[in-house]
Design a protein around this ligand. Structure first.
Ligand code: SF4
Length: 438
């Protein structure tokens, strides 16, 4: 269930049914204004709604004023252990301050921070970490870590309420995905405040993205969670933002940019689809509209399950086809598929989002499709469709969530200026498959 209460971090609403906000955290030395602002602009460009900066020292708190003034998105100051820095962050105009009331020096210091936050209208993110629960919960943590986390979070909420403060969101951080899911489910039933979700110290880009997708995706699919941060061990905070967006897009909670659908390939593939998909993904980065673009490795299925795609391509050894909403547009040599696909997409936008059809070219493409389609072939897509139908009949069908991007080291800049993408054997082996790359 979505949180009842809503707070505002700068101009960004969090909770109370607002779109799930994407957060990340800078990895630079905060007081290094140039480096920090560069990273903030990069993550904002990638789609971060809110960004957090670490404030462990006086000079970082001092830098906050300039950062807040220059940042295109709201700033959260991340404070630990030092309530003076929390006060300075609020004074500097931070749009939100993250702190753990249990570790900033006792009730009087908490009250002092809350008093200033109230006076300045600054929201707080309060929370607990599985690694630093209060002493009286240590045994419970050992016996039942989920209950210990939730108990600590509720004690924090009660402390805020006892100070007549309600302008806050809550986070419970754990490195365990099952504990993250169970504790947030439990807490969401007990409190009306917005929840910040994250799997803490999730890991590298690969494992961390998957853990986060499973943990946060499960909660978000239940309607739990108002803002998310993906924690990845990489300097490139924008990667965290991209993963967050893929999770939200996969769940259809938010839209941002195109959605690329691509078949997994199989032994029917006769052209270098790996390069084609990577190139399509790279060029799509230049588009903001949430169009759906599909890449199929062969025409054996016909257009099949990609029928709903706004645009798509399907290829064979030498020839391929471009289609839109299940209807062929034109047949083109395989080597020109990507360029011609983007010409069609650009024509669509130039015509005010209207697909431009040339009937002669479409008829030629339809004939090509009819030649290449094989209605009897048991392809992965048809097997999947049969399995889905069977599961539905048995009332066993559940929702299958697919996500995760594997950005192919996409370069910035417009497609027209970029050199062709070349994948090497380690990234995408050619050996043992039905095409060559040379
Ligand atoms: S049968 Fe399906 S998975 Fe195999 S190449 Fe064709 S579209 Fe891709």
């Amino acid at each position: 269930m979505a949180s009842e209460r809503q707070i505002h971090v700068g101009a960004v609403p969090v909770g109370g049914g607002a779109p799930v906000a994407v957060q990340t955290m800078t990895k630079t030395e905060t007081a290094n204004l140039t480096a920090t602002m560069d990273q903030i602009r990069t993550v904002a460009e990638a789609g971060a709604d809110i960004v957090r900066v670490a404030v462990p020292r006086e000079q970082d708190a001092e830098a906050l004023k300039s950062i807040v003034a220059q940042s295109p998105i709201p700033i959260i100051a991340d404070i630990h252990f030092n309530h003076t820095l929390a006060l300075k962050a609020i004074e500097a105009g931070a749009h939100c301050v993250r702190l753990n009331p249990g570790n900033i020096g006792g009730p009087e210091k908490v009250a002092e921070v809350i008093a200033l936050a109230k006076q300045r209208g600054t929201p707080l993110r309060v929370g607990v970490n599985s690694g630093s629960l209060p002493k009286h919960l240590r045994q419970l943590e050992y016996d039942n870590p989920v209950e210990a986390l939730v108990t600590a979070a509720i004690e924090t909420v009660e402390l805020m309420e006892s100070l007549d403060f309600s302008n806050f969101k809550v986070s419970m951080k754990s490195t365990s995905v099952p504990n993250t899911i169970a504790s947030n489910r439990m807490l969401a039933e007990k409190i009306p405040y917005p929840l910040h979700l994250g799997v803490t110290e999730a890991g590298t880009k690969w494992s961390g993205s998957l853990k986060s997708a499973v943990g946060l995706g499960t909660l978000l699919a239940d309607g739990i969670g108002d803002t998310i941060r993906i924690s990845l061990s990489t300097f490139h905070a924008e990667e965290e933002v991209k993963v967050a967006w893929e999770i939200l897009k996969a769940l259809k909670l938010r839209e941002r940019g195109p959605d690329l659908i691509a078949c997994p390939t199989c032994g029917r593939l006769q052209f270098d689809m790996d390069t084609v998909v990577a190139e399509v993904e790279r060029r799509l980065e230049a588009y903001e509209d949430p169009i759906e673009v599909s890449v199929l490795g062969c025409a054996v299925n016909g257009i099949g399950e990609a029928r709903h795609a706004d645009f798509g391509i399907t290829g064979a050894k030498d020839m391929g086809m471009i289609y839109s909403k299940g209807e062929p547009l034109k047949k083109v040599p395989t080597g020109q598929l990507v360029d011609e696909l983007f010409k069609e997409i650009d024509r669509y936008y130039a015509a005010g989002k209207s697909v431009q059809r040339d009937e002669a070219a479409a008829a030629e493409a339809r004939a090509w499709l009819a030649e290449n389609e094989d209605e009897t072939a048991m392809t992965p897509e048809r097997i999947a469709a049969l399995e889905a139908a069977a599961a539905k009949n048995d009332e066993l069908a559940g929702e299958v969530l697919e996500s995760m991007l594997t950005p192919a080291g996409a370069a910035a800049g417009s497609a027209a200026e970029d050199p062709a993408l070349v994948l090497d054997e380690a990234v995408s082996p050619v050996a043992g498959r039905r095409f060559s790359r040379s």
